[in-house]
Structure formats: C-alpha cells, structure tokens
Design a protein around this ligand. Structure first.
Ligand code: MLT
Length: 243
C-alpha cells in the first residue's frame, strides 16, 4: 500500500493522474464535518462547486424549493444563500430530501479536483473509521490524502487528520507492506504529538482561532469528535452521496 499526502489542493496539477487512486479529501474545519452532518440529516445529494458564480448558475437549472444554496466566504454565509458552513445549520428540518449546492472556500475546490479519482471520499475526524474501513475493504493500494488547507497553504488540522488516517491504515500491517511518502511520515509524527487533545489542537490552529473570533467555537467541538458521524460521503459523477 502506498500512502501519500498533499498538504494543499495546489499540488494536484494533473487531475487525470488521480484515476487509479483512492483519494481521501480532508477539510476538518469545516467542509468534511458539515458535509457528513448534512448527509446524516437526510440531504439527498450535495453538489460541490468551485465558485459562488457556479453555485448560482447551477441553481438556475433547478426547480425553486428543491435545492439549497450553501457555503461560505470568509467563514460566513454568502449573501443570498440559504445556509452557511456551520454543521449546526444543517438540521434534518432544513436539509432532509434536499439537493445542496455547496461552495466553500477550500473544501469544495479540493473535492472538485478529484473527479477522475477511482474513489473520492470526504473525511474528517467525525467519520475517519468509516473511510479507513472502506479503503481496507476495497483493498485500495494507491492512497492519496488530499488536505484542503487554507487558501492554498498548509493547515495543521488537516495534516493531523491525514496523519491519523495514515496511522489507522497502517496499524497492524508489516513495515514492508506499506510505503509512506515523506509528507505522510511527517503527518503521522504530527498526529502522534497532538492525538491526546484534538480539540486543543483545533483551538490553537489558525483557522480554529479565526472561527472562534466569528462565534463558531462550538463547531470545533463537533469537528474534533472522532467517529461521531458514521457516514461516508462519496464524490462520484459530480455529486456527493452517503455510501
Ligand atoms: C473551507 O472549505 O474553506 C471551509 O470549510 C471554511 C470554513 O467554513 O470553515
């Protein structure tokens, strides 16, 4: 099994080269957490788009009432949209049976870059074991963990989650049977130094501090809660659905 980690979506330079890979997209704060929450609460399908303009254009092709425009810019709800990006907004009452058109600053861009991947999974701490189980069941050998990062820069919470995925995927396997890239080794070390208190790590992260300043501190608690949402969002043919 080969495991590689990209710390930003900018590293995906050739999307077609992902075609034989199982890609795990990580955006702990908050796209992965919010997408898993929305699907748990009955959203029919989530359509990730790379820009606000594409979201509005897509919405114009759907019947009024059947969809919700969702996402954020600068962490806050986009003008004219129905929902922002806090998992608390994605209640059953609001999302059940709906098509969500989703535009977040980093997460949805990372997701759309994986359209040619063999499998494309959306992963955070909240559903990490679901993703690991899927990879093991499919006997996937070529794994790429794609961190969404922040505005094309490294962010610690995605790297730590990538390290935890690496830890869980390699647990119980012989050293000979796994081949880790240097970035996967680095992420694994980072996970080991933060694993005792993931919430603290989130609170001390750049984006965590930013979200706290906007009043979203409770979102960090949700995002740090390992395996609290046993749903695996899979991106295929342009849409995300629960497995
Ligand atoms: C993103 O995709 O950039 C985020 O999920 C940002 C956020 O809403 O915290």
């Amino acid at each position: 099994m080969n495991i590689d980690i990209f710390f930003t979506p900018l590293q995906v330079q050739d999307e077609i080269s992902l075609q034989n890979k199982t890609v795990l997209i990580v955006d702990v704060l908050r796209a992965s957490t919010t997408i898993a929450t929305a699907l748990k609460n009955g959203a029919r399908v989530i359509i990730p788009v790379a820009s606000v303009e594409s979201a509005v254009k897509y919405a114009s092709t759907l019947e009024e009432g059947a969809f919700l425009l969702c996402g954020e810019r600068g962490g806050e709800i986009i003008d004219g949209f129905h929902l922002g990006n806090s998992p608390f907004e994605y209640t059953e009452e609001k999302v059940k049976g709906k098509t969500l058109i989703y535009a977040s600053t980093n997460g949805s861009i990372a997701i759309t870059k994986t359209k040619y991947a063999k499998y494309s999974l959306v992963v955070g701490f909240v559903n990490i074991s679901e993703a690991v189980r899927f990879v093991n069941e499919k006997d996937s050998n070529d794994i790429l963990i794609l961190c969404s990062g922040k505005l094309n820069r490294f962010c610690i919470e995605d790297a730590v989650c990538g390290g935890m995925i690496t830890f869980l995927l390699t647990k119980g396997k012989s050293k000979k049977s796994v081949n880790l890239s240097d970035s996967a080794v680095a992420a694994l070390k980072l996970y080991k130094s933060y694993r005792k208190d993931l919430l603290k790590m989130l609170k001390e992260s750049e984006h965590g501090k930013f979200l706290i300043s906007l009043g979203f501190e409770e979102d960090l608690k949700v995002a740090s809660s390992v395996d609290s949402i046993p749903i695996l969002p899979v991106y295929s043919d342009g849409v995300i659905k629960a497995l």
